[in-house]
Design a protein around this ligand. Structure first.
Ligand code: AQP
Length: 343
């Protein structure tokens, strides 16, 4: 029997990122941002605006830098402390792309071909999708591992990519006879906000790129828009069920109850106890009110941060320097392990 390789013994470190590919929505907030901010209280955290991932699909060069600032403003508005956590733009730290190339040579085609998100995002016309879109889970592995990230808070949709990161880390450690060099990063997915679905179709995730704005609540939607969108959200003619079993086979209702639970910080069962037997004429306005109360201070903070772009740029620059200081020594070790001349 082969001996189990020694496991990683370095410090624990949280890493995650968000793409500047459009307006952030409630799914990004509940599945990612809210968790990111909570984790900074007792962890070393590195958060990144992943602009290299955004360009896997066409982006307007005139807008990309501002979109990056907007995501940075959302991090800050949700309560990220740039003095403690590191916040920066991915493209400003070249180490990501260099390690991604090495990982391209470690990852196997079959592993990447299994990624269901590529199939979802490329749709029927996969032949015309960019190679970057296909390869982006490998870059994602590099994003995490260039800092030897051990924990990755993400929504449910990223679970498969995290498994790929673990496989790549494990194979690198074996291929280059470096047991425990890279950690096998753990996803942090739990919680009711892990998978927020479209308001128009409870089987599809809420997404920035859904052509229908009515399918999502954007972080910058005002109170009236939030009420209107929840009012138009798809449901059915039955009342709110008594228990969670009654949510099965009702994906849209399950989603709305899940959103309420995630916002209120309670279980779905507790939401059902409060609303059982009531119709959507009661539940939807209550949900809209809760969401609006939650998002209003974030929207206001975002506007405040965005009114001082120079300050956002300064925060991103400082974060970038701190990120480089962690990533460069890791890359220097990687180059030596691979055996490059002059490494
Ligand atoms: N619907 C969701 N529910 C819970 N979490 C979600 N996330 C995304 N959608 C949901 C989480 O948000 C983080 C940042 O995601 P991203 O910027 O990488 O974008 P994405 O995963 O590609 O999803 P988007 O925001 O909806 O964009 P598109 O339309 O491009 O797919 C991740 O942690 C993700 O899990």
């Amino acid at each position: 029997m082969s001996e189990k390789p020694p496991s990683y013994s370095g410090p624990s470190r949280v890493f995650s990122g968000i793409q500047p590919s459009g307006a952030l929505h409630l799914g990004n907030y509940l599945g990612a941002l809210k968790k990111f901010v909570a984790l900074q209280e007792d962890h070393d955290c590195i958060y990144c605006v992943v602009d290299l991932h955004a360009i896997t699909q066409p982006q307007d060069p005139a807008l990309l830098a501002d979109q990056t600032r907007e995501i940075a403003a959302a991090f800050l508005a949700c309560g990220l402390h740039p003095k403690n956590s590191i916040l920066y733009a991915q493209s400003s730290v070249r180490a990501h792309t260099e390690l991604a190339w090495y990982f391209n040579c470690v990852a196997r085609m079959g592993w990447v071909e299994r990624m269901t998100q590529f199939k979802d995002k490329s749709g029927k016309d996969a032949e015309r999708a960019s190679v970057g879109l296909f390869d982006y889970p490998v870059l994602q592995a590099a994003d995490i591992l260039v800092y030897k990230g051990t924990h990755v808070p993400v929504g449910e949709d990223q679970k498969q990519h995290l498994e790929l990161s673990r496989d790549i880390a494990d194979k690198f450690n074996r291929d280059f006879n470096a047991p425990g060099f890279f950690p096998l990063p753990e996803p942090l997915i739990e919680g009711p906000g892990a998978r927020i679905m479209s308001l128009k179709d409870g089987t599809k995730k809420m997404s920035k790129s859904d052509p229908s704005d009515l399918s999502r609540i954007n972080l910058i939607d005002d109170e009236e828009t939030i009420h209107r969108k929840f009012k138009k959200a798809r449901t059915d003619q039955h009342p709110i069920p008594v228990d969670v079993d009654g949510l099965e086979a009702r994906p849209e209702v399950n989603n709305l109850v899940g959103i309420y639970a995630a916002l209120a910080g309670v279980s779905k069962a507790a939401v059902l106890t409060e609303f059982e037997g009531k119709g959507f004429g009661v539940f939807k306005p209550a949900l809209a009110e809760l969401a609006a109360a939650h998002l209003a201070p974030i929207t206001e903070n975002m506007r405040r941060y965005l009114s001082d772009k120079a300050e956002i740029d300064r925060i991103l620059q400082e974060g970038s320097e701190r990120a480089k200081a962690i990533a460069e020594p890791v890359l220097a070790d990687v180059r030596k392990l691979i055996g490059f001349h002059g490494a």
